[in-house]
Design a protein around this ligand. Structure first.
Ligand code: ADP
Ligand code: PMV
Ligand code: MG
Length: 413
């Protein structure tokens, strides 16, 4: 189904519609990576340390400027397509509750709504209106967002979406430069421009998560491996090439609801939950030290045993703070049968888990674990980590399957 919203300033009318756009100007393609959090999810929202790495799975956004006075956004992953005349909001890097309430009213989205489509639309409307606020005229545009990441599974799809939107809208609005990728090439923005992208993406995450830590949008912006602590982003240079098995339980959940649940528990039992968050902080720091020891070549066997134990302890902590799920328990049990150690990643409550593989874990063990997980109905794959941060692409630099898909989706519009 393709659903289009024809939005008038004070009402919203659902209807099926055909596009009559004429693309007049250049088309830009940007992409941003998803992430896995090794340790520190949820605790990082409360000022503790998190360690996160980018994935090789990306979200792609294609933006074309038009001249028909309208804005169209097509979101095939969540089967949503909206057309709107656009709404200006104030160009501020802070979201006031009043502004968000006005936008909710404009889009007909009730307060507290965690519906996938509503959150994606709210995030887009906010970033579009706020970033374009300084322009004399609100720009007409046609946007297509497509992702290799599962949506709402703990791999940071919301941040990759927000980062792509921020980068594309800031570039279209000339708030940041439009670097020209070479033929077959990919380029990135200058450091101060990345900082601006990251700040706007954080505002987008606020609309989707309610109270994000900022770690996911930082990984989407800069890529690689990083340590995040109270808003400070520190690249992790001393980490070995980690082998990680990623498993999607396919149990849907909402980051916003889970983050709010942990806050409630912390408020209710500060002296019980507080020390657990401190312990998660210590786990992140111990993990960082252990990864550095592996790079330094110090007793790798022992270091991997420490990493495994940290994973087990953290998974128990995450259960205690209320973000576990029986699907994740089954994942941990299935991999433990092959002497592998797993924990949830991201917000939990279902979604994805990570399993650490040692450099010498044999292919037969990996295959047997994957088979067991597949038999439980989960998707499972050994992943590459360390994808580059937000980037601008020449169409010819895209992998053929991605390029063909974007073309097909554009033709369908
Ligand atoms: N490709 C996409 N197209 C549209 N919206 C997206 C896309 N990816 C993510 N989103 C938005 O992000 C939300 C999922 O974010 P979240 O619950 O934080 O899960 P995660 O970030 O782990 O994938 C979705 O409900 C949707 O609003
Ligand atoms: C739970 C949390 O630590 C990570 C959420 O990641 P995800 O949206 O589940 O991919 C929240 C945050 O850091 O903003
Ligand atoms: Mg998210």
């Amino acid at each position: 189904m393709t659903l289009a919203f024809d939005v008038a300033p004070d009402r919203i009318v659902d209807k099926l519609t055909n596009s009559d756009f004429t693309m007049t100007d250049k088309t830009l393609i940007v992409s941003a990576p998803g992430k896995v959090i090794l340790h520190g999810e949820h605790a990082v929202v409360h000022g503790k340390v998190a360690l996160a790495v980018s994935l090789n799975l990306r979200t792609y956004l294609q933006i074309g400027l038009c001249s028909n006075g309208r804005v169209q956004i097509n979101l095939p992953n969540i089967d949503t397509w909206i057309i709107t005349p656009g709404k200006r909001t104030t160009n501020q890097l802070t979201t006031s509750q009043e502004q968000v309430d006005k936008l909710r009213q404009f889009a007909g989205i009730p307060d507290g709504c965690v519906d996938t489509r509503s959150l994606a639309i709210l995030c887009f409307l906010y970033l579009y209106g706020a970033i374009s606020a300084s322009s004399r005229q609100l720009p007409s545009m046609e946007i297509l967002v497509w992702s290799e990441l599962p949506t709402g599974a703990g791999l940071g799809s919301s941040a990759a979406y927000s980062v792509c939107l921020a980068a594309a809208l800031l570039t279209a609005n000339e708030s940041i430069a439009c670097p020209v990728p070479e033929e077959n090439g990919t380029v990135r923005w200058a450091e101060d421009e990345l900082e601006l992208i990251n700040k706007w993406a954080f505002q987008g995450e606020k609309l989707i998560h309610g109270n994000p830590s900022g770690v996911d949008n930082a990984v989407g912006t800069w890529g690689g491996a990083l340590k995040y602590h109270a808003g400070k982003i520190m690249p992790l240079n001393r980490i070995p090439t980690l082998r990680i098995l990623l498993t999607n339980t396919k149990v849907p959940r909402s980051t916003k609801t889970l983050v709010a649940g942990v806050k409630d528990k912390l408020n209710k039992f500060p002296s019980i939950i507080g020390p657990i968050l401190n312990s998660i902080d210590a786990i992140s720091c111990e993990c960082e030290r252990t990864l550095a020891a592996i790079v330094a070549g110090d007793s790798t066997e022992e270091s991997y045993a420490v990493l495994e134990e940290l994973i087990d302890i953290n998974q128990h902590h995450l259960n205690v703070i209320g973000v576990g799920h029986s699907s994740l328990d089954r994942l941990c049990q299935a991999t433990a049968l092959h002497s592998l150690h797993s924990k949830l990643t991201g917000a939990g409550g279902g979604g994805c888990g990570i399993t650490l593989l040692r450099p010498d874990t044999s292919p037969s063990v990996v295959e047997a674990s994957k088979r067991a997980l597949n038999d439980m109905g989960y998707d499972c794959w050994e992943t590459n980590i360390g994808g580059h941060g937000v980037s601008l692409h020449s169409p010819s630099s895209l992998q053929r399957d991605v390029s063909q898909l974007l073309t097909r989706l554009t033709d369908c519009q």
